[in-house]
Design a protein around this ligand. Sequence first.
Ligand SMILES: *Cc1c(COP(=O)(O)O)cnc(C)c1O
Length: 493
Amino acid sequence: MTSTFTGNHGLQIEEPLIFELDTPGLSGTDWPEASTETSYLNGLERVQIGLPGLSEPMVVRHYTRLSQKNYSIDTGLYPLGSCTMKHNPRLNEKVARFFGDLHPLQPVTTLQGALAVIHSLAEWLTRLTGMAGVALSPAAGAHGELCGIMAIRKALEARNEHRPIILVPESAHGTNPATAAACGFQVRTIPAAEDGRVDLPALLSQINDEVAGIMLTNPNTCGLFERDIIDIAEAIHKAGAYFYCDGANFNAIVGKTRPADLGIDCMHINLHKTFSTPHGGGGPGSGPVVLSERLIQYAPLPYVIRTEKGFDLIESYDQAPASLGRIKGFHGQMGMLTRALAFMMSHGRDGLKQVAEDAVLNANYILARLKDHLSPAFVGSCMHEALFDDTFLDETKVSTLDFAKAMIDQGYHPMTMYFPLVVSGALLMEPTESESKRSLDEFCDTLIHLAQQAKSGNTELFIQAPQLAPRRRLDETRAARHPKLRWVKEVKV
Ligand SMILES: *Cc1c(COP(=O)(O)O)cnc(C)c1O
């Protein structure tokens, strides 16, 4: 392969591990000869610990090359649906570092600024959601789910009721059933209707006094608004159960709709999806949980309150006897709380509303441009992400996986594949609000080109892909099951 549609070429510099670059004795600094005396080391002996020897430029080149192997939102459009890889304004990074020198165990009188930030963020989140309060300590969306379901479990205990079942729609993110099961509930799956939303009659038939609650995502993971949400909330409440909403997709409705008005009892918000903060690759995350009047007393410790003398912390059961306890050391991810507040304040209320509108507009632009070339999973418009199935690849011998791999050769990170599971060979694309029309057009042109190539029988382009990446197709399952976490020097014989 010599040319590509985009003109992009994968980066193919082979970069060994830094240990494999070792030249024993080489160093970027002239160290004095190490003393061999053990007396002042309290009898301990110096040993070689096997650090590799490299000059400074070798180290710089090694790490710079590694950094260039990363695909990131700073290098290109990152269409991963459900993950919401959005631009993180640089201002937020600067502001997040203001609190880097504080320690959470300092006396609260010396932490007033930090507590003011936490308190102010809590106000923004409760205002935007219409809820009674918010727990800011959960460290990720999944952790927020745990917090919310623990609050529901507490509330049921207080009512002295045994309700073993949590209802979860089949399009849900895997963390939903996992959370319910981790909290000791049985998961009952609710099928999806033809239009990608919860099958309301099927749901209603499952609601009874054994049900503790429902975990519903809205907009759901098919990128669709659950139209029946008010009916669902009413039916759930009438049965004495609780309504947990997975708010990972809050970025599609922020400033437009308040979860409280939809009848939600608790909902986590992924700050790293809705209110900036770069994520992926394992961290950091932050999953505040907003709680209704019915659940607020079970909120985890600690939390910040405002008194006449300034800000203070509620940290013990004496002050909050119904609390579900601590679920995280200290107050959560301070850097992320700060980034989120900076994001909100710089956008303002009108700006946040526009974030939701532009995210939905961009996704619908992609859907409209691709709908005659790929195959939309559902009829009609979408919310913040556009979902396609693999019927456009029928009779092409190209699979969703092959199609995604071919995108890498064109310089794009693939979209989310094979999720949600309710759609065959799913391709889920989420552009976010900050992509320009130009970048959306380049992306759509590329996908249209690839779809045409697949349909015209150019299978090689896909089956061989990626050809221009530093690595081709890896055995991802084996990598996950048998990770090599330690470098062991090969002994030459
Ligand atoms: C991302 C996501 C989660 C999990 O959030 P984490 O922060 O990754 O733990 C849960 N539900 C949905 C719908 C999501 O998109």
